[in-house]
Design a protein around this ligand. Structure first.
Ligand SMILES: Nc1ncnc2c1ncn2[C@@H]1O[C@H](COP(=O)(O)OP(=O)(O)O)[C@@H](O)[C@H]1O
Ligand SMILES: [Mg+2]
Length: 254
């Protein structure tokens, strides 16, 4: 079998934030390769630079030195081909579900074409029948589904997920984890998930990149050998969790 194609290549990336008071060195020579179509999780201690790395990959932050290529080309800035899903949903409270999902498609698109795309993603995320509802009529999980559908409607080829489930209650979080795997399997997007939750990384990803404390590097990238659907309590998942915790230097209490 040939090697899977690289979608994103991060090479020797350094990132320092300069503030009036001092310089904060966040990324300290990060190397990472994201494969086309894979689900990669990035875990690491709080404040180590996970969001910073994601922002650099998405073109929202400039690297101090080093390079990031997507499809073999250097990033020049944000692109509609790469979208973010955040923890706090960014959906507009004064727009219906339909309008929220159609928002990114622009005003110029013909209604029929827009409707077809919006309904496709409403169906994909399981919100059939709610197209006219407003966000205040939806549960937290449903709002998150709208957020996913809105991100997907512009048909990006990379989906960046920055702790997207953090604001949800425990039950909804489990439900949305399943949902994101379903979305990923249906759409075959390259997904990069940042999470501080090792169990989440083990349940969702094909590979896990483990970052060190700040100033951070990617310590290692571990293959996830467990077949889907996964049960985080299975021995394979537990072993992988232990492996990640060990790299993070966290004693795991069972
Ligand atoms: N725009 C910024 N200006 C100054 N410091 C920043 C900025 N963004 C992030 N940082 C600092 O960089 C470090 C890493 O932040 P972040 O990437 O958000 O970490 P993580 O997502 O891993 O929790 C933190 O110490 C944070 O305070
Ligand atoms: Mg963060």
């Amino acid at each position: 079998m040939s090697e899977p194609a690289s979608k994103i290549v991060v090479r020797d990336v350094y990132k320092t934030f300069s503030t009036k008071k001092d310089d904060v060195q966040v990324l300290d020579g990060v190397n990472l390769e994201v494969r086309e179509g894979e689900f990669l999780a990035i875990v690491g201690p709080s404040g180590c630079g996970k969001s910073t790395l994601l922002n650099c990959m998405a073109g929202f932050e400039k690297v101090t030195s080093g390079s990031i290529d997507i499809d073999g080309e250097g990033i020049v800035g944000p692109s509609r081909k790469r979208v973010f899903v955040f923890q706090e949903t960014g959906i507009f409270p004064w727009y219906s579900v339909w309008d929220n999902i159609g928002f990114g498609l622009g005003k110029k698109m013909a209604f029929d074409e827009k409707h077809e795309i919006v309904m496709k993603y409403i169906n994909l995320v399981g919100l059939q029948g709610f197209e006219k509802a407003f966000p205040n009529e939806l549960s937290g999980g449903m709002k998150q589904r709208v957020e996913f559908a809105r991100a997907l409607a512009v048909e990006p080829d990379v989906l960046f997920l920055d702790e997207p489930f953090g604001a949800l209650d425990a039950f909804t979080r489990l439900e949305m984890r399943r949902e994101i795997v379903h979305i990923w399997q249906e759409t075959k997007k390259t997904c990069i998930l940042v999470t501080h939750d090792v169990e989440e990384a083990v349940e969702l990803s094909d590979r896990i990149a483990v970052m060190t404390r700040r100033p951070a590097v990617v310590h290692s990238v571990i293959d996830n050998p467990n077949s889907r659907p996964r049960d985080p309590d299975d021995s394979g998942c537990r072993e992988l969790k232990d492996q990640v915790f060990e790299i993070l230097g966290v004693e795991r209490r069972v």
